[in-house]
Design a protein around this ligand. Sequence first.
Ligand code: 13P
Ligand code: SF4
Length: 345
Amino acid sequence: MIRPALSPLPTTLDYSALSKEELTERIHWRKRDLNAVILGHNYQRVEIQDVSDFLGDSLALSQEAAGTEADVIVFCGVHFMAETAKILSPEKTVLMPDLRAGCPMADFVTPEALRRVKAAHPDALVVAYVNSSAEVKAESDICCTSSNAVAVVESLPESRPVILLPDRNLAAYVAEKTGRTNIIPWDGYCYVHDDMVLEELERARAKHPGALVVIHPEARQDLLDRADRVTSTSGMVRLAREHDALIIGTERGLVDRLRQQYPHKTLVPLSGAAVCGNMKLNTLPKLAWSMDHLRHEVTMDEDIRSRAEASLRRMLEVSGGWRAPAGEPDALVAAGVGPSGCGCA
Ligand code: 13P
Ligand code: SF4
């Protein structure tokens, strides 16, 4: 049981008055008490990453959520990620420190709009990027993430058109990599990645001419065309281990953590303005509050959950199962870390 000195406080404001050390101690105690695991996305604030049991990209986090033996999953990411954990582990309690942490890209698609597009393309298969709601996943044939999108689309019969949602940039990238001309993109985007522009890349390159340019596939095509590597956030983590100088085209949280981890390397953000305010809604005080009060619990209708699970399971089958790949060489291949690679799981 939790020791009396660490009994719950009434509001998040009370937690904000505690020091980082007190909050960290409280989180560790509660984790043992609940048999909980904290899953953190690579874009989380560094202090959240520090208390996370597992850090990763969307694919690795979903694999971890599906395989964990904990009773409680505390998800520090955005809503679709916590929902994915609940879909894959329905018997577990899944908590989010702040329910408002949604993904604006996921909000581009509603189940009604998707049903309309499906009716207009009755022979098409639907590939839902995991950045989508459980209801949208339930309406889809298979899911994908940034690290397996190419492999997922390649697993589908070439004769069938593919509705790829919600990211138009990812859809364009996958179309180019697979050579398919029958991909129907959704007109959604991620404001963090879509806002990165060529001038920023050129400035960074002029300053760091020897640095490897790694960019997330949610960025625009003109940037991806100039990247040395296109990969998921975990692919970037692995590249930072291997290289001394990187220009990193993704959210700042990841770059900040890598700089802390490798202070002697040259790790520069492609854009200093690339901040996902939604991811940053999770804070250490809110995390401690969430665990002490078992809030906010993620729930969903069982019919939606089981249909969404079928789409996620199909994706995980293409990506080699439930667990994150263990061996480093395998992990590199699975993360699509090859020349401009993305999605060769
Ligand atoms: P990753 O799966 O590459 O971590 O990306 C998730 C995301 O939300 C990127 O914006
Ligand atoms: Fe969504 Fe973009 Fe934030 Fe990722 S970075 S969670 S895609 S808004």
